[in-house]
Ligand binder design. Structure first.
Ligand code: ADP
Length: 218
């Protein structure tokens, strides 16, 4: 059976989640209290309804409890976002993802039991900053406060050298977990695997080690 999602709040973030889930063939219920927004998404989502998610009886009548995953994408109105999350939790929704506006918002969401909290603007800012500082950094993903995964383009200094020759693990403490070349991807490459200029290296490590590697190797 198809997974059923509900997206509450159809701003730029919620709207984009809703579109992408639909494109991936998922069942999506789109909810917003703004009629124009709901009209806009009526042809995108499986169902689109005008509703205020801070009204418990409305969510109950929509059968929100039966959805596999509910995404709360209410932007500026932090109070509504918190109240909506609380109601979803009380109604027993199995998985709730909430967009947080700031750290205080996140703290409260954690307390009331949101399963996943996302900070799209903050995270995208970090990713873009890394890309701006180094053209070789294509993407950057924070794993924890201290660890990340980066996607780097191999430069001429790395060209035609094996992983062991570059000695990334010993010198920088970071590990190459995959190498991409066009459509081809080598996962967990061996030490004798050669790297060529233009290859995309996926590297995991502590932020400190990755920063050192970015500065010295790229
Ligand atoms: P973004 O920053 O992702 O664009 P916005 O704050 O612009 O987010 O959009 C949030 C959406 O959530 C708006 O379309 C707004 O109408 C909707 N929204 C806000 N509060 C509620 C609520 N209580 N119930 C349903 N929808 C809501």
């Amino acid at each position: 059976m198809k997974k059923q999602f509900a997206v509450i709040g159809l701003g730029r973030f919620g709207g984009s989640i809703c579109k992408s889930l639909s494109q991936q063939g998922m069942e999506v219920l789109a909810i917003d209290m703004d009629e124009d927004k709901v009209n806009e998404f009526s042809s995108v989502a499986t169902h689109a309804v005008i509703a205020d998610s801070t009204d418990e009886s409305v969510l109950k009548n929509l059968g929100i409890r039966n959805f596999d995953h509910v995404i709360v994408a209410i932007g500026d109105n932090i109070q509504s976002s918190i109240l909506t999350t609380l109601i979803l939790k009380e109604l027993g929704v199995s998985k709730i993802t909430v967009k947080a506006q700031n750290d205080y918002h996140e703290k409260v969401l954690n307390k009331i039991g949101a399963d996943k909290i996302v900070h799209p603007e903050r995270d995208m800012g970090v990713r873009i900053a890394h890309n701006i500082v180094s053209n070789s950094v294509l993407d950057y993903l924070e794993l924890s406060d201290e660890h990340s995964i980066v996607e780097l383009i191999a430069n001429s200094r790395m060209d035609n050298k094996s992983i062991i020759e570059l000695d990334i693990r010993a010198k920088y403490g970071a590990n190459i977990v995959a190498i991409k070349n066009g459509d081809e991807i080598i996962v967990s490459p061996q030490a004798d695997q050669k790297i060529y200029k233009g290859d995309i290296l996926i590297v995991i490590g502590s932020d400190q080690d990755i920063n050192r590697l970015e500065r010295q190797l790229l």
